[in-house]
Design a protein around this ligand. Structure first.
Ligand SMILES: CC(C)(COP(=O)(O)OP(=O)(O)OC[C@H]1O[C@@H](n2cnc3c(N)ncnc32)[C@H](O)[C@@H]1OP(=O)(O)O)[C@@H](O)C(=O)NCCC(=O)NCCS
Length: 150
């Protein structure tokens, strides 16, 4: 990995980082929600605040305070859902996505872990399946698979 020498690059995302998060989100908006929502700083701020009360946690991968990618999980008591994972376009294929996913998997070894992925997001499907996620459900309303980590 290119950034292997950086100590603990993953930490919780803070409000002050939302401008950077918005940029990465909007690069990949068509993959992150079923509606393809594009964010302004204000709408992302609202979204960020509201989701905290619903067991959501937000982690970012940073090099020198620059956000290169993020992972958002929903983490209630009995299961863990990877809701979103996105890496800055210019830094893809350099291990950032792998590091973020590994961080979550390691931190919650005992829980059942799931993610959802739109059926035409072949890149991400391959990525998750490389990690050991398996398709367990198809939702025709949202055109997305549920995958479970085994
Ligand atoms: C999916 C995504 C997060 C992967 O992040 P990344 O930093 O580019 O991936 P990594 O460099 O960590 O790759 C990790 C492994 O996955 C594999 N991989 C990465 N991209 C892949 C692809 N397009 N197809 C197949 N395998 C892939 C690589 O083989 C790599 O393995 P290696 O480390 O042994 O070489 C990134 O492409 C992204 O942001 N996509 C857009 C947003 C999205 O679709 N998110 C998922 C839905 S929420």
């Amino acid at each position: 990995m290119v950034f292997a020498s950086t100590k603990n690059p993953i930490r919780l995302i803070k409000n002050k980082d939302l401008e950077q998060m918005k940029e990465i989100w909007n690069q990949h908006h068509q993959f992150l929600t079923s509606t393809g929502r594009i964010h302004t700083l204000k709408s992302l701020n609202n979204w960020f605040e509201n989701r905290h009360i619903d067991f959501h946690e937000y982690y970012g991968y940073y090099i020198n305070s620059v956000l290169l990618g993020f992972i958002i999980i929903r983490n209630p008591k009995d299961s863990l859902w990877i809701k979103m994972l996105a890496v800055e376009i210019g830094f893809q294929s350099q291990g950032v996505g792998r590091a973020l996913l590994n961080f979550i998997i390691t931190k919650s070894e005992k829980k059942q872990k799931y993610t959802e992925c739109l059926i035409d997001n072949i890149k991400a499907l391959n990525f998750f399946m490389t990690f050991g996620f398996k398709i367990v459900k198809f939702d025709s309303e949202y055109n997305e698979y549920t995958l479970q980590y085994e």
